[in-house]
Design a protein around this ligand. Structure first.
Ligand SMILES: Cc1ncc(COP(=O)(O)O)c(C=O)c1O
Length: 405
């Protein structure tokens, strides 16, 4: 099993003849290549190029109608202000109802914190749970921002390779082996299900085995459930169905189609609420009130959102076959989320170069596997199918013609 124990590396910048402004070591994180690609695609589009982006996990569907209407009404009343750091009680209550309806568990709204997207939830969790030097395990391939945030906060990242043998998820055995090989003791484990970029859904039995292991080893499990609502195969259990000794992070960005509203939430054990509230007060004050109001309404929009999910499922079926026909077999099954993680080794050994050439030559943006996997990602690309079918058909037609040249 391949694994890497990563540590911060830093840099100082100095311009000749100018006052020296230092750059912190902690800011020397890797670029988030999907976001770089998004930026490059946007710049090309601004020059009139017919760019299609399958680079970021961003639904083409707008925020649900109910959410938009609630936001319009709030704007008509004029004042949008700070809220309690923990969030509007109506939203926290709505989220508590969500757990009862979707997962059959009772969660006290007092344990729910509203955050500025799940990204803020990661900052809060890492700051609230760990100290500099602590080691946190993540899956490789996995969402790159985990690695970058952990590094920026002075934590050490243990990347644990996942593959078909481990059903592309972290297991007690793989965590044990990785710690032994790296000679370290984990403080935390971060697991996403459904996962980005592999689409893996970690079933209830596997999740329970992981939680039991973490419980006995004094390891805190953080469960990233941001792709809940977008599972096509397998069971979508919340870690909260299994126990309360877990940190759950979620967001309105994906199933709820509200990426730009920057609104998410976390569920934590009682004793963590106050420390995380204090961190939130100083780091963010509160999540945006307008987005919180819209999110309350979005929770009731499941009919509309299940329609979006159905379109994702159809896109998935289309892309699964199309990539195979293009000579890019899937590296993992597309059980959830909205990504195809494909093997492009028939065409390149440098996915970064492949991605930028594809953008420059046929105006199609997709994300190099290097973003998710520093070891094997050079032979993989991630294609997001969160967008429209028409875009996907056009993008893959362009790719087919390009590869045929
Ligand atoms: C696995 C995973 N977690 C978290 C995020 C961040 O989402 P947000 O901050 O929009 O809630 C993403 C975004 O793509 C993701 O893929």
């Amino acid at each position: 099993m391949a694994l890497i124990l990563r540590q911060m590396s830093g840099a100082r910048s100095q311009t000749k003849g100018m006052p020296v402004i230092s750059v912190s070591k902690r800011s020397a994180v890797e670029p988030f290549h999907a976001m770089d690609l998004l930026g490059a695609a946007t710049r090309r589009r601004q020059t009139g190029k017919p760019v299609i982006s399958m680079a970021v996990g961003q639904p083409s569907h707008p925020a649900p109608q109910r959410a938009l209407e609630a936001a319009r009404q709030a704007l008509a009343h004029g004042r949008i202000g700070y809220t309690d750091a923990l969030g509007l009680i109506e939203l926290r209550q709505g989220l508590s109802d969500y757990y009862s309806t979707r997962h059959g568990v009772t969660i006290d709204p007092g344990r729910i914190l509203v955050t500025t997207g799940s990204s803020a939830g990661f900052n809060l969790a890492f700051l609230g749970l760990f100290d500099p030097g602590d080691v946190v395990a993540i899956a490789r391939p996995g969402y790159p921002a985990y690695r970058n945030i952990l590094n920026a906060l002075g934590l050490r990242v243990l990347e644990v390779g996942v593959d078909a043998e481990s059903h592309f998820t972290l297991t007690p055995e793989s965590l044990e082996a990785a710690q032994r090989a790296a000679g370290c003791k984990l403080s935390g484990v971060l697991l996403a299900s459904p996962a980005n970029p592999t689409g893996t859904v970690t079933g209830r039995a596997q999740l329970k085995a992981l939680m039991d292991y973490c419980g006995t080893q004094d390891i805190t499990l953080i469960s990233d459930e941001i792709y809940h609502g977008l599972t096509y195969s397998g069971d979508e259990s919340s870690a909260l169905e299994i126990g309360d000794e877990v940190i759950v992070i979620n967001s309105f960005s994906k199933y709820y189609c509200m990426t730009g509203w920057r609104i998410g939430w976390m569920v934590v054990p009682d004793h963590l609420v106050r420390p995380l509230e204090c961190l939130t007060q100083s780091l963010y004050i509160s999540a945006p009130e307008l987005s919180q109001i819209a999110a309350i309404a979005a929770l009731g929009a499941t009919d509309e959102l299940d329609g979006y999910k159905a379109s994702c499922r159809a896109n998935r079926d289309f892309l699964q076959k199309r990539l195979q026909d293009l000579g890019m077999p899937l590296l993992s099954p597309m059980d959830g989320a909205f990504y195809a993680y494909a093997d492009v080794s028939a065409f390149t050994n440098d996915s970064m170069d492949f991605a930028y050439k594809m953008l420059a030559e046929i105006d199609v943006a997709a994300t190099p596997g290097r973003d998710f996997d520093p070891v094997d990602g050079h032979r993989a690309m991630r294609f997001s199918y969160a967008g429209s079918r028409a875009d996907m058909v056009e993008a893959t037609d362009r790719i087919a013609a390009w590869l045929a040249k």
